[in-house]
Ligand binder design. Structure first.
Ligand code: CO8
Length: 257
């Protein structure tokens, strides 16, 4: 596929995916979803990528779904566009490798929902977050009503969803929407440093941590614990990652994954 909106740069097993339609503040249109679906398929097939960072070009991460495109939709088209976005963002969540949102600017509506589908978020102190859909007579359609309360709690989520307030990075950090805030020129440096730190860990263990933790939230505690025990067990035995990691610790050397 010929990508016009997405740019992928892979170095030292860390991939940076930049959303680049700055003239519309990277608003999400149908072309974005076509490209993103293909990009996620490409990335999951690659063995040379350990961590994915998603960011935006210009002054926005993503300023929401494309209002110009949405304004012409019928009820059926609105439903279909919502389902499409939900499925693409679920695919981000289901990528085996960790995904970090490096939020450089506005992350509004669908942009905040995209950031929330990543495993965690690092933000420039210029970033702004919000779910302004009610300003437009809409509600979030890319699972924002579901992911936001899971990340920041019901009352914080309903406050943001009902007031449409735009909050800054510090406030997003305070409520747990963002895990780290940086100076603007440090954002990608910090995101890559965190990605490199994760990339140096046991690669199977990192993928399993993501899978078990995320899967556990979709089920009950006992089922989640059973899944954890099952996956824990797969890291033991001859030739396993656990054997190498624990062996390296005991032999006082670096593990060779
Ligand atoms: N869609 C389309 N175009 C946009 C969007 C958007 N979401 N946001 C900005 N743009 C365009 C502007 O129209 C403008 O274009 P032009 O230069 O041609 O006039 C260009 O980007 C630059 O924007 P501004 O001049 O407005 O820049 P400012 O710095 O003055 O303002 C803001 C920045 C505050 C971010 C402002 O652009 C804004 O309020 N944008 C809209 C934010 C918003 O409401 N987002 C939520 C959209 S709804 C949504 O995301 C629902 C998701 C679920 C959908 C479910 C499927 C049906």
């Amino acid at each position: 596929m010929n990508y016009e909106i997405l740019k992928l740069d892979v170095q030292n097993s860390i991939a940076v995916l930049t959303i680049s339609r700055p003239q519309a503040l990277n608003a999400l249109n149908s072309a974005f979803f076509r490209e993103m679906d293909q990009m996620l398929t490409d990335i999951s097939a690659r063995k040379d990528i350990s961590v994915l960072i998603i960011t935006g070009e210009g002054k926005a991460f993503v300023a929401g779904a494309d209002i110009a495109e949405m304004s012409k939709m019928t009820e059926a088209e609105g439903l279909a566009f919502s389902k499409k976005g939900q499925s693409t963002f679920s695919a981000i969540e289901k990528l085996e490798i960790p995904v970090i949102a490096a939020v450089n600017g506005f992350a509004l509506g669908g942009g905040c929902e995209l950031a929330m589908s990543c495993d965690f978020r690092i933000a420039s102190n210029l970033a702004k977050f919000g779910q302004p859909e009610v300003n437009l007579g809409l509600i979030p359609g890319y699972a924002g009503t579901q992911r936001l309360p899971r990340l920041v709690g019901l009352a914080n989520a309903l406050y943001l969803l009902m007031t449409a307030d735009m909050i800054n990075a510090e406030e997003a950090y305070r409520i747990g929407l963002v895990q780290k805030v940086t100076e603007p020129d440090q954002l990608m440096i910090e995101a890559k440093a965190i990605a490199a730190k994760i990339a140096a860990k046991g690669p199977k263990a990192v993928k399993k941590v993501k899978y078990v933790t995320r899967q556990g939230l979709l089920t009950d505690f006992t089922v989640g614990c059973n899944l954890e025990a099952k996956e824990f067990g797969t890291l033991f035995g001859k030739g396993s990652e656990g054997e190498e990691g624990m062996g390296a610790f005991l032999e006082k050397r670096k593990p060779n994954w």
